[in-house]
Design a protein around this ligand. Sequence first.
Ligand SMILES: Nc1ncnc2c1ncn2[C@@H]1O[C@H](COP(=O)(O)OP(=O)(O)OP(=O)(O)O)[C@@H](O)[C@H]1O
Ligand SMILES: [Mg+2]
Length: 391
Amino acid sequence: MGVSRIFKDESLLDLSYVPPRLPRREEELRILRSMFEPILRKPGSVAPRAVVTGGIGSGKTALTQRFGIDFEKEARARGLNFKCIHVNCQILRGSFFMILVETVRRIIPGFPRRGFGANELLDSLLELLEDENLYVLLILDDADSLLVKEGSTPVYALTRVYESKPEMPRRLFPVFVLRDPGLMRDLNHATLSYLRGSIVKLRKYGLDDMIEVLEYRASLALRSGSYLDRTIRLIADMAAPMGDARYAIELLYRAGKYAEADESPVIMPEHVRKAYQSLEYYPGLTEALRSLSKHEKLFLLAVARCLERESEEAYVTMGEVEGLYRVLCESYGEKPRAHTQLWKYMRNLSFLSLLTVNPSGRGRRGRTTYMGLNVAASYLSKVLSKMLEGV
Ligand SMILES: Nc1ncnc2c1ncn2[C@@H]1O[C@H](COP(=O)(O)OP(=O)(O)OP(=O)(O)O)[C@@H](O)[C@H]1O
Ligand SMILES: [Mg+2]
């Protein structure tokens, strides 16, 4: 035990980690920079905006975060009071109001959420930027949910915010991150014409892209000599049809874990195959999880942890889950919800296919409700813990 022979630093394969470089997305990074560069030259007099679209795992979040971090640094080096704010619309359930509250709170923590409507809040945000002499690049990640829930209005409001205030310095620059570019069609004409020239479309990663992305991420996180070219190639082959870099990185991570478990100094293709087998591809999983409330997440995490602990069991009982749920609530500083509420969570999670419910509990004694999972418990528990820690 002790030092890993495979990983240099496994946290560098975390899904929330933003790597210093993004191979195969350099061009898009340059395009984004050139779109926003006028802010550096003429602060206050220009209001660039962007729409970034691409499929699942095409690097939208990584790209916009990398760009935001770098651009903020560059702007600050030039003496601008500049902040990049990244909000996830899906987590905020697509509510424009909640998105604005979250944005303001990143500037003034603890800002109260009552007493405003979305329009007043947007005006307050503009005033706040003025008072603080602050410029904000606002990344609206997973904006699909915002468009679905609220239609054109918020996009219209954010892109044309300065139209009726010609004398006001331009300080708010939105970046809409969309998975489904088709949603743009539902925007009204005026908004669309405003955005048309600002779209950055991420093409799907192909085999060569996957190989390069994987080689880079492996070089960051793994010990040299702990992986073979053909291992990387095999992972790329498996992930290329979906073009999903998240899946590729997850495979690499898991294969590394299997190699560790085998006490092998090298990740072999067989470890990749095991990882592939264990990681059933479920592209909707992350979104489904993100849409859950905090307590639903805690509840599901309790199920996952119970099953992880009892890896031979197919099902766990409500009683076992509830016990662990209470422990988790305590460690996350949350007040546990009542028993009846947990039943509602269970039904909703089962409706979302995140849980399987087996009332007869075949295969185990007693009469109670049993819950099982379709996804590997360890995987679910990792993803959920990360989400609950707010990353
Ligand atoms: N070009 C790249 N180089 C290195 N890592 C990458 C690259 N593109 C994506 N990744 C990594 O792949 C994973 C998935 O990328 P990301 O989360 O940005 O995708 P996404 O398009 O936002 O997906 P979703 O639609 O599910 O939100 C992340 O861990 C990210 O760091
Ligand atoms: Mg994303």
